[in-house]
Write a protein that binds this ligand. Structure first.
Ligand code: BV8
Ligand code: ZN
Length: 244
């Protein structure tokens, strides 16, 4: 059980504007693997950074498509954990609450969060790699499905390494980080940019920054409050300490 500093409790209790950045660590307790841990089974021989690229898809579309189909099945079986639920509850207590996530699993919205910025897209959405048309449904099980409109190969609607983030979501996240009185970074290794720059940006304009992560990150030395442990335990405990 975490004992939270009185100062942090008071800051959150009276905060009007809070911004949050989450990473794969927040979905770990829903049973979804993070990017840094070794993959299991068939995928153990691959590193995510090598598969989540346009080059990998161009070289072997079937391999990359199958990796995402495998991950999509895991996401479909996953449920929001107490960390997701605590963030959704926090949003209902804070007048201006923005949740920017690097996760592509959709679990924040499933937990009831409303103002969610999916900085890296969604694994549950698919788009044409040629014309960009989004496909609501597609044939699974065969080869890489093709676009009904132009015949191009379909791909997951996620942001790969080397690809730009969706401009609108990134701009909103950057604005929220600059306006936040409190910024919470949860479950992210803080190595992937530009998302990893958000807590630094909040800090640079005077926000109080809280980090919740299983291990130290490059941001830890800059955090005003840093809690090392499971976000599925720390986030609910923090919510209860402030609004319990
Ligand atoms: C771009 C979607 C430019 C796909 C993802 C050199 C220096 C700096 C930057 C770069 C560089 N070389 C290249 C770059 C840019 C690159 C980058 O930052 N690379 C890094 C690796 C150095 N960035 C990009 O390419 C971005 N695009 O820059 O474009 C551009 C601009 C204009 C025009 C053209 C191009 C795109 C980045 C997005 C890539 N897509 N995901 C998919 O999901 O398949 S990134 C992917 O990894 C995740 O989405 C996530 O964002 C990222 C990091 O993963 P995390 O979420 O942090 O998860 P991770 O596993 O790393 O960490 C989990 C943490 O949780 C751990 O610390 C762990 O301890 C902790 N944890 C575990 N369990 C728990 C827990 N914590 C709490 N509780 C628990 N239970
Ligand atoms: Zn198309």
């Amino acid at each position: 059980m975490n004992v939270f500093p009185e100062l942090l409790i008071r800051l959150l209790a009276k905060a009007e504007r809070v911004a949050v950045l989450t990473g794969a660590g927040v979905s770990r307790e829903s049973g979804l693997q993070t990017f840094r841990e070794a993959q299991t089974g068939l995928w153990a021989q691959f590193k995510p950074e090598e598969l989540a690229t346009p080059e990998a898809f161009a070289k072997d579309p079937q391999l990359v498509w199958d990796w995402y189909a495998w991950r999509r099945e895991a996401v479909k079986a996953a449920r929001p954990n107490p960390g997701h639920i605590a963030l959704a509850a926090m949003e209902r207590k804070i007048p201006k609450f923005t949740l920017a996530t690097q996760n592509v699993d959709g679990l924040h919205r499933l937990a009831g969060s409303e103002n969610v910025l999916e900085l890296h897209g969604s694994i549950m959405r698919v788009r044409c790699s040629e014309c960009g048309l989004r496909a609501e449904f597609w044939e699974e099980g065969g080869g890489v499905p093709r676009c009904e409109s132009c015949g191009g190969l379909l791909r997951p609607d996620v942001v790969w390494f080397g690809e730009p983030l969706p401009a609108d979501e990134l701009q909103q996240a950057r604005l929220a980080a600059r306006e936040a009185q409190v910024f919470i970074s949860a479950g992210t290794s803080g190595v992937v940019y530009p998302a990893a720059g958000l807590p630094f940006s909040a800090k640079s304009v005077g926000a109080t920054v809280v980090e919740i992560n299983a291990e130290p990150t490059p941001f830890t030395p800059s955090a005003d409050f840093s809690f090392q442990g499971k976000s599925g335990e720390i986030l609910p405990a923090l919510f209860n300490a402030v609004w319990g």
